[in-house]
Design a protein around this ligand. Sequence first.
Ligand code: GTQ
Length: 374
Amino acid sequence: MAEANPFFQSKEVKEFTKKIEQYHLGPLWEAIPDLMHKEPTPEAVPYLWKGETIRKLLLEATQIFTPERGGERRAIYLQNPGLKHRQPWGWASTTNTLYAAVQLILPGETAPSHRHTQSAMRFITNGKGAYSIVQGERLFMEEGDFLITPGGLWHGHSHPGDGPMFWMDCLDIPFIYATGGTFFEPYPDGIEPPSLPDDYSARKYRGGMVRPISDRKAKVAPLGLYKWKQTEAALTGLSDFEPDPYDGIAVEYINPSTGHTANPNIAAWMQKLPAGYHSKAHRHTYSAIYHVFKGEGYTVINGVRFDWTKGDYFVIPNWAWHEHVNTSNEEALLFCANDLPIMEKLGLQREEEYPNNNGYQQVVSEFKPEVGVV
Ligand code: GTQ
């Protein structure tokens, strides 16, 4: 962009730029075309990771990583290929603001407690019997459950049950890094001991639409664990309502005391795409990371077709045109984590319907990962 203008190529301008660089100064006229473009041009690119590849690599990682040896967690993150060159901001970034990973814990393992300024959410994709302990409350997890650990709360994980357990993590690591607000602290002594009854918050909110009156003024989300049965019931209740034109039948995880998103910087929802559903295309300034919880189909992102089946992950960067299609005779379920709350709070949220071709994109190519399934 800047190069295209002959003004920047002139000897006089180049020499002046060099001269002021010695003083750690820069000319705005060179920076502005790249930094302040007409509309978002994220360096993050659309991408899809096969669930089977991640699963196999995580199982392989059990041979080299144990919580005793490596501390912390056995998680493999989704690195956006377009952000990789930015070190360290962009490192471990799935979108400009969000990090996502898949974590595996084996029976008998314990990931020690820690706390940090980043907020986290987990979506349980396989297995059951492990728990996360969040601020003294053990939350026992099973497939389809959604959990939050808002910034600043102690959290650790342990697996007293049977069989491997996999889940998706999503944190606002790149966003918090960019703000300079990163704090991290290990728990002084392994995993935090329980100080509340097990599954306390999930049981407190079993009623769904009624809340304990003591939670009227709760500051952080009073609910740590959102059980799959309740999410499923909510989706079933909406079955004969008109689906959203872009996202199917979708329900959002909320803070039951405030009605806001469950996590302050990360929104999350579950989308049911009825059999044969084909959404219209749109784009928005928020970025989204998807996990295919059930079914098969494809998503067209900026004209490229990304085929998905159960277990896969894909990313829709900011301002990318996209539409979802369920190609099967059964419903598909897509879990979505996104940075809508960040964009809304900063006054940056915008959305547009695809203007051409009745709202559907032309498919120009199909996505293929550079390396096949392991
Ligand atoms: O399980 O607490 O993927 O702190 C990244 C940071 C998981 C966790 C991640 C974390 C965790």
